[in-house]
Design a protein around this ligand. Structure first.
Ligand code: GLV
Length: 327
């Protein structure tokens, strides 16, 4: 019998040989549950030592069902689906994998931004229906004369800033947690609050984690500070942007478009009101994805589990503040 049991919910692809190979280092057996299948989850977690997850919600009810679990790793950056304190109350340490990306989200944001800004969706439709005229594109404005506002200047926000600058755009940024040096080093003009960011920027790219404070941070009042040609991009978490307020701002012509890789409800219930506008582009929360990123994410998650059991520590613990003695 193996020494440990690791349950991995949503490993994303069938070939889990990398995970198995890493788990072998600590003589751990692995159970892979391909989707959020509660019957399988409830069957497998009672005797697990470690849980590796994607979108599975970790709450009191689930925690009660896994008395032997010592560590949970979220194979991604965002941890808003995990009740961190409840985990600590059950003696479970939680880690994320903040370093699996190498620019994928920012590439995706810029792809959406350029497509909306240059009206690609609309123009493609015009060509397919037999129209061939520059008049369909009017008006378009030179990117170099426009600015990008970065809401949240963590790693991904800064990568988006550097891509926007590569297109000659001026970049403003809001982040209450970073020191001044970061803004100077990245050539981001720091603003004092989100209101100022929306007032000064032509376009906004949202890179905030989801917390009670950031929920609906992008609201009608802030959207009204933007301009008629403005585009709002969200690649962080859906609820940071109020969909109703975004719909209203678009309907009233206060802004031009939106690029949404994340939505308040995922997957969304159809019909989706925002789909009324052909200046809104949707993608199904894939900004993080590349073959390389997914491979990194899988490998690093299991390495974190192995580190926990061999060295008694985690590289990226995210709930140590809830343990009296730290982690
Ligand atoms: C993706 O959404 C992530 O949290 O890494």
């Amino acid at each position: 019998m193996a020494r440990y049991k690791i349950v991995n919910v949503q490993p994303y692809w069938e070939d889990c040989s990398i995970e198995r190979k890493i788990a072998d280092q600590i003589d751990a057996s692995c159970v892979f549950i391909m989707d959020i299948d509660y019957e399988a989850i409830y069957r497998e977690i009672p005797d697990c030592d470690a849980l590796v997850i994607q979108y599975l919600k970790i709450d009191e009810d689930l925690l009660k069902r896994m008395p032997g679990c010592k560590v949970i790793v979220r194979s991604a950056v965002g941890i808003n689906n995990i009740d961190l304190k409840a985990c600590a109350d059950h003696g479970i340490y939680v880690a994320n994998v903040p370093d699996y990306l190498q620019g994928e989200v920012s590439d995706h944001v810029m792809a959406m931004f350029l497509a909306i800004n240059r009206k690609l969706r609309f123009l493609d439709g015009r060509v397919r229906s037999g129209h061939w005229s520059v008049n369909d594109a009017r008006p378009l404005y030179l990117l170099k004369t426009q600015s990008m506002g970065i809401l949240g200047c963590g790693q991904i926000g800064r990568q988006t800033a550097s891509r926007a600058r590569a297109f000659g755009m001026k970049v403003y940024g809001y982040d209450p947690f970073l020191p001044e040096e970061v803004f100077l080093a990245e050539n981001i003009i720091r603003v004092k609050d989100p209101d100022e960011l929306f007032s000064r920027s032509d376009h906004i790219s949202v890179h905030m984690p989801l917390t009670p404070e950031t929920t609906h941070m992008v609201n009608y009042d802030r959207l009204c500070r933007l301009k008629k040609h403005s585009i709002v991009l969200n690649s962080s978490r859906g609820p940071v942007v109020s969909n109703d307020d975004l719909y209203r701002a678009l309907k009233e012509g206060r802004i031009f478009g939106a690029g949404l890789d994340v939505l308040e409800e995922e997957p969304p219930t159809l019909p989706l009101r925002l789909a009324e506008f052909d200046t809104v582009l949707f993608t199904p929360h894939v900004g993080y994805y590349s073959q390389e990123a997914e491979m990194n994410m899988k490998r690093k998650s299991f390495e974190e589990v192995v580190r926990f059991f061999t060295e008694g520590r985690l590289k990226h613990c995210v709930n140590q503040q809830f343990f009296p003695q730290g982690a």
